[in-house]
Design a protein. Structure first.
Length: 380
């Protein structure tokens, strides 16, 4: 860092290095010390410190922070003293060196600021006459009642006992659910916020909804859906109107069963002679039947062509499902060949010569179709 300085010969202020290098003072506090120290003799005590700070551009929160640092570190002391006509005035002591409270008290005494600062007597009250009239004696009565004391305020604010009793009332399960639903409407719209007293004023019509078969979730949806675009001015009035106007119909009363006919008293007869009844012997206990095993179809050898294989036969079947399907396709191929007027035996021989599988119905049908097409072309 380059440094170039020219010592001024006039219009300068000497500031201590202890102030400029003070670790607990910010730049605004140091500027205030330098500025006030450099003021002429007559201008230092005429105005408050805030006015001097305003001249150098230190305002608002910056001034409050700088002043707090100056007060904490002993550069500024403040003292409130009674002034003329009973008004209080705040006096400020500003120093370019830190002063303790005892040192500041000595300065206050020497300057004669404040009665309690210097330990003198309190200033005498003003000698002005009362604003209206002269003091007069009491015209009526000379003694207050026994049960009344002078200066006592007989007004007693209302207690919260009634409110606390109302808040502590025990609610039924339906009323508790309805109150929870009404208080939760604030989550849908802020202007539907209800207090506890307001919510309890709406419990009666809301409980009627539950008695008519509406659940708490459905009630909340009805009250929070289709809200106006603007702000709801009165949440209590708006919700009471909805509860009354949109209340569902009451369920139809259940039919009252017809009263049963009165039983006809049986004729009174003479009691029969008592007979001695012999208890019958209990039947012998049957042994527990063994559990019936599930029925499993037996394995049967398939009668179809190809390699020997077995399957579980149900209903007396002799062919496995695959052979049944192959036989069905073979029968269909024979009927189709008969409709076309071709001989499957000859076609099978031709298919063997052509290298095809004569056992498959598809091969036989394809061979028959090819032969029929060739014969048709030959005739043309």
């Amino acid at each position: 860092m380059l440094w170039h300085a020219i010592a001024p010969v006039r219009r300068y202020t000497k500031v201590s290095h202890d102030v400029m290098r003070h670790p607990r003072l910010n730049s605004d506090a140091k500027v205030l010390i330098s500025y006030v120290q450099g003021l002429p003799e007559g201008e230092q005590g005429d105005r408050a410190l805030s006015e001097h700070a305003r001249e150098v551009g230190i305002k608002g929160r910056r001034y409050q922070t700088a002043k707090e640092q100056l007060v904490v570190n002993g550069f500024v002391h403040e003292h409130k003293a009674p002034g003329a006509r009973g008004l209080w005035a705040t006096h400020q002591l500003f120093s370019n060196v830190p002063l303790s409270d005892a040192d500041a008290l000595v300065v206050w005494r020497e300057a004669g600021v404040g009665a309690d600062a210097g330990g003198g007597t309190e200033p005498a009250p003003s000698a002005q006459l009362p604003t209206v009239g002269q003091p007069r004696a009491r015209s009526v009565g000379h003694q207050l009642p026994v049960d009344e004391e002078l200066g006592e305020n007989s007004f007693r604010p209302p207690t919260q006992a009634a409110h606390s009793e109302a808040a502590s009332e025990e609610l039924s399960p339906e009323e508790v659910e309805v109150e929870r639903v009404l208080l939760s409407l604030r989550e849908c719209r802020r202007d539907l916020r209800l207090g506890v007293a307001e919510a309890r004023s709406l419990i009666a019509p809301a409980v009627e909804w539950l008695r008519r078969g509406v659940s708490g979730a459905e009630l909340r949806e009805v009250l929070s859906s289709g809200l106006p675009t603007g702000r709801v001015r009165s949440a209590v009035g708006f919700l009471r109107h909805r509860l009354v106007q949109k209340m569902p119909e009451a369920p139809a009363p259940a039919p009252v069963p017809a009263p049963a006919p009165a039983p006809v008293p049986a004729p009174v007869s003479e009691p029969a002679p008592e007979s001695v009844s012999v208890p019958e012997p209990a039947p012998p206990a049957l042994p527990d039947a063994p559990p019936v095993p599930p029925r499993v179809a037996p394995l049967v050898t398939c009668e179809g062509p190809g390699n020997e294989h077995v399957f579980r036969a149900y209903g007396g079947a002799t062919l496995c499902p695959d052979c049944q399907q192959a036989a069905a396709w073979a029968r269909w191929a024979e009927r189709r060949a008969a409709d076309l007027g071709v001989d499957l035996a000859e076609d099978a021989a031709k298919a063997v010569e052509a290298g095809r599988d004569p056992d498959g119905w598809r091969s036989r049908l394809a061979a028959a179709a090819a032969v029929a097409a060739a014969e048709g072309v030959g005739e043309q």
